[in-house]
Design a protein around this ligand. Sequence first.
Ligand code: MOS
Length: 776
Amino acid sequence: MSPIKNVVQALVKKAVELAPDTWLPGGKPDPLIEHRYGLIGAPVSRLDGALKVTGAAPFAAEFPIRGMVYAALAFSTIAKGRIRTLDTSAAEGAPGVVLVMTHKNAPRLQPTPIFNSSPKAVGPSDLPILQDDRIHWNGETIAVVLAQTQEQADYAKSLIRASYEPEPGMVAFAEAKRHARLPASVMGEPTTIEIGDAEAALAAAGHKVDITYETPHYNHNAIELHAITLYWDADGNLIVHDASQAVVQTAWTLAQAFGINEEQVHVSSPYVGGGFGGKTLWHHHVLAAAAAKISGRPVRLVLSREGVYRTVGGRTTTEQRVAIGASADGRFDALIHTGTAAMTAHNNCPEQFSFPARHLYSAGSIKIVQRVADMDMVANTFMRAPGESIGTFALECTVDAMAEQLAMDPIELRVRNEPAKDPTSGKPFSSRHLVEAYRNGAERFGWSKRSARPGILRDGEWQLGMGCASATYPYFRMPGGAARLTLTREGNATVQLAAHEMGMGTATTQAQITAERLGLPIECVTVTYGNSSLPGSFLAGGSSQTASIGGAVIAAHRELVSQLLKLAEQDSPVHGLKVDEVGSVNRGLCKLDDPGRCESYAAILSRADRDELTVEAKASQPLEMLHWSMHSFGAMFAEVRVNAVTGETRVSRFLGSFDCGRIVNAKTAASQFRGGIVMGIGLALMEETQFDERNGRIMNPSLSEYHIPVHMDVPDIDVIWTDIPDPHTPMGAHGVGEIGITGVGAAIANAIYNATGRRIRKLPITLDDLLPATGP
Ligand code: MOS
């Protein structure tokens, strides 16, 4: 970015921070916040539920295309170096094979622009894709085989023989972290924050805790494997059926790779079998499109489970230090959160583990430093609450340790250090009711029954304990939102936008919101989404989609009302009224302060002799994010049983008490919270990608060796929420998709400490960490 642009942006940022609330989006509360007994918050069941359970919902690998061939990928077995020989002759001669594509015959391609390098960039890395003989990570694709059947492609791929000239790669985190560097920023935020002299304050503090934590690499394991079915049409357009949480961005980035216009790439993704941050653009997209181009055949590429581990990144390895200095009354004099995350030199995902410490506690002095260490590995990426999930593990375990040292209840310690305004930015919080979430949660969970002293409660050979931790995740509304809204004379509405349904309930909640905003029954509203050709640019990421769509529908609804008022002639009861003077109620428009002055949409359209009215509008810029400190919050409570003989940990109860603004759908939000907590149990106790540190190869690329929680590992999970609307967001809502995993690792680790007296400082916490101490 140019220095001048930097200065201008800094000025705009400052102006937005200082601007009066009412000048900003969210400055005037969304009228829907006042709708108390309508569709907002109702536990509406998934509108796509029947399609899903009957198998009628088409996923990316289920679109049949005439003449389609199937792809299989061959992967490098070294981390760095060159391909010396690549023998594909046997594969080319195998039954059914249509094409074997390697760096020797792949079309010339541009690297994919990496995420954040421009508004629609979503490339995982800017590495060349099958353009030369160089290898950048162990598992990089070296060949694509196309064949008539999947089995033929898989078999032919097994016949490919490669030899390499390996070079020393950086494949061990212990070594890489010695060369850690400060990245340009951490997702647009500074890498380093120093308020006062935190190290000196720590040294001088009456009470101090200073702990270093380790967290491993975690892999994405969505039930639906990454899949695409695509073809080039006669006009040179690329038609892609994808499993995507970023359809517009994927279309744009693919266009860059092939040097074509973004309008020439059409990405559809109506259903996604789980995303969690992993279903963005990866090399297989580009490879499938390239193979389709040179073979002239439609291609289906479904990554094998191993293929996901080899070519799709996950949550990256970290080492984090959290230190707290406190006075005897519990007030924090110093809060320090520093550390290093593994990354590659070719991507842009520094795993923002230091974000929670920027916003959770007031402290006399604060020091935050976040570094990255470059490694030769598949580009790491977003995975449900990147940063916050493991950052809260380190931070919230340390707070627990400090509470014990002070002999204070850990909830009371948190309450004592609750900030009045954002401790690092100084901005006001838009809506923060974390203490209320703690009070509600403690009451419901029976926190008062916890033994303050660890290692006391037993049930036979099971040691029992309780722990708690804060959950937090930022509020995001993405720029680029837009929506098209069509209202028919029959009183039906369709809203069209390039958004995503990857299992979280977007289509359902947006139907509720749109219906409520238009004053229509939900049966009258259709949400069309999942296609890059639709208006707007959304990301099913950053827990932003509900607010981003909400902002777009607010704009489209306003435009619709304006157009309707223009159509309302002299004899209409709403003739001559301004947009701000009317509301949408009961299938029509009414004057706000005179409910007698109403006219139905049907009447307005009939009189104007219109069958339907279509409007399109862009969402306001999300300036509210610069003006307020905006976050979802939660208080997490875990009860565990740790076997004193085997070291086995069982989570016996879990409660998430959330403060995420207004909850839009009680059923789908509860599922999001629970899903996050289940994933948090995996993060805490089971999941770990294991690398062979001789060569950087992932050793457990399958669900038989990479453990995730199964039903037997998951207890009843209770979720509650404050339901206090944020006056500055669409619907008063905050994101709910990612916060559920945050705080879970710490709540479980703190409960394990409470049960056993053993504080484990690394994830996952496994049997061997908790086996009875042996030896002298
Ligand atoms: Mo989320 S990790 O931004 O899909």
